[in-house]
Every structure is written in C-alpha cells, then in structure tokens.
Design a protein around this ligand. Structure first.
Ligand code: GLA
Length: 382
C-alpha cells in the first residue's frame, strides 16, 4: 500500500495534502558547515513524504510507514516529548514553530520516508523539514523555506540534541532539480550550480555499517574544532575556522596540538577544495572534480577521522575501477554513504565489481541507490 492508502487505513479518513522534503548528498565540503564554510549539497529523489489532514483537535497524531501504532503529541505540552521514540523530531519542530508564535493546529500526519534511516543521506532533516512545512501550512503561517530549514536545525540541535550544522536542512528545503546548492554557511548566501557531469553519473552507495554512536562522536568533533578556533582567536581576529586560508593556518598551526590540529587542518583545506571543485565543475573539468573528491575522503579519513574501515573500503574499491574518477564518504561519517563519479556507460559493471569486492572484504553487502537530483520542499493538494 502507498502512503495515501496507508493514511486512510490508519486514520480512517482521506489525506488532503502531501508535503515532501528531500534527502541529500553533498558533492564536497564535509564537516565545514558548523565552521562557517561553504558546502555543496543537492536534494535527492529519496524523500520524506508526509500525508496530512488538518483535524483542529488539540493533538498532532503521527504514524510512520513500517512502524505500528500512532504517537500523539499534545499541542499544549510540546516541550515534553524529547524522549519520545521517532516522533521527537516532529515534536521538536512543532515546539520551535510554536515558540516563534505559530499557532500549531491539530492534524494527522502519515510519514512515508524513502530516505534510508541512518544512511548519511539526511533522513532526519527530511523529516524535520517536511514536518515544518506541514505544520506551518496548517497553521496558516507562511515561512520562507530558509526559515523552515533554520527551525528544523534548531529542533535537531536543542530538542533532539545533535549539534548539526545547517547543511542538511537547507538542502532538504532549498534543493533544486539538477542543481547543487553552493551554500555559504556563515551568511546563508547561496547559488545554484548545474550538477552537469557530462558523460559521468554520481553513484550513491551505502556501506550499511550498523548505526553506532554517530551523534555523540559528531558532537565531539564539534567540540574539537571549537577548541581550535578559541586558541586561534587568541592571536588572530577571526569569527570562524573557514575564514582562514591555508597560509593563515600555517602561521597558527604550531599553537594547536594532536587531534585538535588535525581537525582544524581538515576544515581549512576542505574549504579550499570546495572553491576548487565548484570552479572545476563550472569549467566541465570532471577529472579534477573527481580528484578533489578523493582528497576530501583522504582528509576525512586521516585528519578528521570520521570514515572507518567500511567507508574506506567502499570508496577505495570504487577508485580502483578505471571508469571511476573519484569517490568519497558524505555526511557525518562513521557509516552511511559514499558518492562516486562513474562513467554513465560503466555504472552497471561498476556496481557489480564494487559490490562483490566490498562483500568479500567486509562480510555484508553495500546498497546502491538509483538517485536523481530534485527540488527540495514540495506541497500538493490531494
Ligand atoms: C551531518 C550534519 C551536517 C554536516 C555533516 C558533515 O550530516 O547534519 O550539518 O555537519 O554531517 O558535513
């Protein structure tokens, strides 16, 4: 059964609206969004679809495809669902919308999420953003998409407790078909760049490593770069690490020790790579783009230390294929997905080879997704 029918079987009446938000990839610019850097994500056809109906009751009822039962969130107690399994994301979004003066209205929401959970493709951002659209529409308050992304990020930071940057929610809300979004995370200025790879395609692969403490490891990385910034601030007038050029960084590097130094070096060099990658893409130089993707992965492996043997294996088997120009992990890391730039005519063989090599090395299979680049938020009357 599809979402619309499932809505009816769970809630008894027909859904009236469909709100969707996207999962995302990130071409390059990893672990720099919370350092004020530029990122280069794109919204996917893998999405969070929310079928909705306004009820006017004092409660938001939530059901999720594949999970039995309905979660009820009372509108006058929105701050008390932080521990609620899976519906805490929705409650957090509702709570911060309400804090901003939005008169949250009771509704039934059915979630059909085609972004695989824990895949590094931002299923949580897609859930938050789709919820933010649904609840603000039902409240009759028009937010622009950037504000919906900000509210969603706030829910994840302060309600769910993951100190993420703005990249995922922004891409989920603001993505544009066949384009990547070059987003400056310190100003939220952005530019759409056609993601035209000519004879090449982006292949998304999930290493399927079981989810394990990603959130806490992520929060530790954030603290480490914060420490680096605070030390650098004692000698340089900067607001964020992304402001440092590689040359600036070399002048202050001696002040930083061990892991803190490596983390900061990754951020500075990754910001540099984003600029180079966008230039290469605009010039149609896909070979150079592929090289930069590889460099990004090596830096995430050696300096930021967020890859792990599964992502390293998956991307290194990809790189061994002659028709692959580059491959890297995307998202928070410690598991999740890679993207690889592969000649269109060779994609089938690429998947077959990498799948086998990965299985032989790791002992379980990777998943390969058919993806396309699509718009962010959509709203449809049913
Ligand atoms: C996660 C976070 C993003 C970003 C990436 C790493 O996806 O939600 O804000 O920090 O990791 O680039």
């Amino acid at each position: 059964m599809q979402g619309k029918e499932l809505f009816k079987s769970v809630f008894g009446l027909e859904a009236e609206d469909l709100f969707t938000a996207a999962g995302r990839i990130n071409v390059i610019g990893e672990h720099v969004d919370y350092c004020g850097g530029k990122v280069f994500p794109a919204a996917l056809n893998l999405r969070c679809n929310v079928y909705g109906r306004k009820t006017g009751a004092n409660v938001i009822r939530i059901a999720l495809k594949g999970i039995d039962g309905i979660k009820e969130i009372e509108i006058d107690k929105l701050d008390s669902y932080k521990e609620l399994e899976y519906a805490n994301y929705q409650a957090g979004v509702a709570y911060y919308l309400q804090q901003q003066g939005t008169p949250i209205v009771g509704c039934d929401l059915f979630y059909e999420c085609t972004v695989p959970f824990g895949s590094g493709l931002s299923s949580s951002a897609a859930i938050e953003v789709a919820t933010a659209v649904a609840l603000s529409e039902y409240a009759g308050v028009k937010y622009d998409k950037v504000n919906l992304a900000r509210i969603s990020q706030r829910a994840e930071n302060e309600y769910v407790g993951v100190n993420c940057g703005i990249m995922d929610q922004f891409a989920s809300a603001m993505g544009k078909k066949d384009h990547a979004v070059l987003l400056d995370c310190s100003t939220l200025d952005y530019e759409y760049v056609p993601l035209d790879l000519g004879d090449y395609a982006l292949v998304v692969a999930n290493c399927n490593k079981p989810h394990n403490l990603v959130e806490s490891k992520y929060n530790v990385r954030r603290q480490e770069v914060e420490t680096a910034l605070n030390i650098i601030k004692t000698v340089k007038d900067v607001k964020c690490l992304a402001e440092l050029s590689p040359k600036d960084f070399n002048e202050v590097k001696h002040l930083l020790a061990g892991a803190v130094c490596k983390r900061a070096e990754h951020v500075v060099m990754e910001c540099e790579r984003v600029n180079m990658a966008v230039k290469a893409l605009k010039a149609g130089d896909i070979v150079e783009l592929g090289r930069l993707l590889n460099e990004s992965h090596y830096s995430l492996r050696d300096l930021y230390e967020v890859t792990g043997k599964e992502l390293d294996a998956l991307s290194s088997f990809a790189r061994k294929e002659t028709d692959c120009l580059g491959s890297r992990m995307i998202g928070a890391g410690f598991g999740g997905c890679t993207i690889s730039i592969v000649k269109k005519s060779a994609v089938e063989g690429f998947i077959r080879h990498v799948d086998k090599a990965y299985y032989d090395a790791i002992g379980y299979r990777a998943s390969f997704y058919e993806t396309s680049i699509e718009d962010g938020i959509t709203v449809t009357k049913l």
